[in-house]
Ligand binder design. Structure first.
Ligand SMILES: C[S@@+](CC[C@H](N)C(=O)[O-])C[C@H]1O[C@@H](n2cnc3c(N)ncnc32)[C@H](O)[C@@H]1O
Length: 548
């Protein structure tokens, strides 16, 4: 960076003073009408307060981004890094590609003048800059970005680069975009998607069930449950850039993805790549990135190692082989697991009367569904559990932390000593635990119970009582939170309707009794309409009170 630009950069940093609010004041106050016109679905940015020094900061900012010899996306990324905490950036996977890496990839000449390029998670527009620098004409560019501050940074970058008008930004969640969303906004459906996708663990991915369901129905590919956001980006990109059947004259679909080594080596990523190849003809080549530590802030979280080029080969337009189109199955909506194994229920699961007599404190106990009961209804309520408890069923699970017996209160000490006399510590299950009396208890209770032993077909029962389960019954947790009682009920009704088709599921025992293991249960087919019950709308993301 030239020294004048460096001085201006420092002045801008000083004004922003480490706050998003400060940076946004400058970005908004220095934006022209044409800057906003670059942004499709432009969010409503707050009006900047007329604070001291803003005019000067705006002049400095504009002079800085228009200085010759500066790399605008990198400058904007560095300023953005100064206002966004690392913790927050890790949560959203926001790291920036170094100019040299973007240029290295684009110089491979992969894009053509007939390509409509989508930059998924555009950040500050480093790939738009590299395409322009590379001098390869393309038909259009749209950078999709779901952070409103970055969307505006990238729009400034396009303006400063004097990018053609067909270079646009779109403030949107890339993972929720389908081809018709592009056409509805007058944008070309992409033929090529480029991305350094955010790497966010699947459990932190907002609206995961909805995204998975949408991908399954449009692409026919199930994103593996352990997959992080990178796999979702690849799948969404493959869906968008994949050729429709009547695609004569259209350039081959291409995906240009930057991935860290670990992500590329993960078994679930390999599985996804296999699925994309088999079902849609996407073949991939890997290139090692010459300079491994690539991020603008050189943070290890952005240590990209591989550049993947996916191309859709001719076989892509062939009809999908039927068996390779995965159908929705139970594990897409419910994760089913065995219940808690105590190895000695008579000792660990107590009745109300025993709890009272032995003076065991409530903090040492968890509510549990007793064994040897039959539940006829589709819901198990707190009142049902109370009734069982009052009729002296063992409803309390002894849940003790690890530690020395002597560290517990006298009542527990006495009970554990009795356990030793009864040989509870010698059961095979007890031997698998670090402390024989400390049974691992899950942090959440299941949403549903599923009959482990049954006649006919398995049955789902809503766990309205919020109790844990033992090994006599399976526990299922919904893939995403379903707080509304009505929707929970609909889901259970729908699951039971699906189960009616599972007549061949499970293993038969004497007398027609059936048993089903969680693994088999998880693979049973469900109708994709069930996925929609998990497809709830979250309120639209708006910039969080950026100016207050
Ligand atoms: C690893 S950064 C890469 C930024 C830029 N492409 C680069 O290479 O410098 C990922 C970007 O994706 C954006 N992002 C994350 N999730 C997104 C989503 N669901 N839709 C659109 N953008 C998203 C982040 O805000 C961030 O700017």
């Amino acid at each position: 960076m030239r020294s004048r630009a460096e001085t201006l950069y420092r002045d801008v940093l000083r004004f922003a003073d480490g706050s998003t609010k400060g940076l946004l004041q400058i970005l908004v106050a220095s934006a022209q009408k044409s800057t906003y016109q670059r942004i499709v679905s432009c969010p409503t940015y707050p009006v900047p307060a007329n604070s001291a020094g803003l005019h000067l900061a705006v002049d400095q900012f504009l002079e800085m981004i228009h200085s010759s010899g500066v790399h605008v996306p990198t400058l904007l990324a560095r300023i953005f890094l100064s206002v966004r905490q690392l913790k927050e950036r890790k949560r959203t996977g926001t790291f920036f590609t170094a100019a040299s890496v973007a240029e290295w990839a684009l110089a491979k000449g992969l894009l053509t003048s007939s390509d409509d390029v989508c930059d998924a998670g555009a950040g500050t527009g480093v790939f738009a800059d590299a395409i322009l620098r590379n001098g390869q004409p393309i038909r259009s560019y749209v950078g999709v970005e779901n952070d409103p501050v970055l969307a505006l940074c990238a729009a400034h970058a396009l303006e400063a680069l004097n990018a053609p008008e067909c270079y646009r930004l779109w403030y949107a969640n890339f993972l929720l975009l389908g081809k018709t969303d592009f056409t509805a906004r007058g944008l070309a459906v992409p033929t090529a998607v480029i991305a350094n996708p955010p790497f966010v663990r699947s459990r932190n991915l907002t609206g995961r069930a909805r995204i998975r369901a949408a991908l399954k129905s449009s692409l026919g590919v199930t994103v593996p449950s352990l997959a992080g956001s990178g796999s979702y980006f690849i799948s969404r990109a493959a869906d968008l850039a994949g050729a429709p059947k009547s695609a004569e004259g259209r350039p081959k679909g291409k995906l240009l993805f930057f991935l860290p080594k670990e992500a590329a080596g993960a078994a679930h990523v390999q599985r996804l790549l296999d699925d994309l190849r088999r079902t849609h003809g996407w073949t991939s080549q890997q290139f090692a990135i010459p300079n491994k530590q690539t991020g603008v802030d050189r943070h290890a979280s952005n240590a990209l190692a591989l550049f993947f080029l996916f191309e859709q080969t001719a076989s892509a337009t062939a009809p999908r082989p039927r068996e390779s189109v995965p159908r929705a199955c139970l594990q897409d909506v419910v994760h089913v697991k065995r219940g808690i194994s105590t190895g000695f229920n008579e000792f660990f699961v107590l009745t109300d009367e025993e709890v009272r007599r032995r003076k065991i404190l409530k903090k040492r106990l968890c509510k549990v569904l007793p064994t040897r009961i039959s539940i006829k209804t589709k819901q198990f309520s707190e009142a049902d559990w109370d009734q069982l408890r009052l009729s002296n069923h063992p409803c309390w699970l002894l849940a003790l932390p690890k530690g020395e017996i002597e560290d517990f209160e006298p009542a527990i000490q006495e009970y554990l000593k009795e356990g030793l006399r009864r040989g509870v510590h010698e059961t095979p299950t007890a031997k698998t635990y670090r402390a024989w009396f400390s049974i691992p208890v899950p942090s959440s209770t299941p949403d549903v119970f599923v009959t482990y032993l049954f006649r006919g077909v398995p049955r789902f029962i809503l766990n309205d009582a919020g109790v844990l389960n033992l090994t006599n019954i399976l526990g299922g947790r919904f893939v995403s939170a379903v707080p509304e009682a009505k929707r929970r009920e609909l889901i259970v009704d729908s699951l039971n309707a699906q189960a009616k088709h599972w007549t061949k599921a499970g293993r038969q025992y004497k007398g027609g009794l059936m048993k089903i293991e969680p693994k088999e249960l998880c693979r049973l087919p469900i109708d994709s309409s069930l996925l929609k019950l998990f497809d709830w709308k979250k309120p639209k993301a708006v910039p969080r009170s950026l100016f207050d």
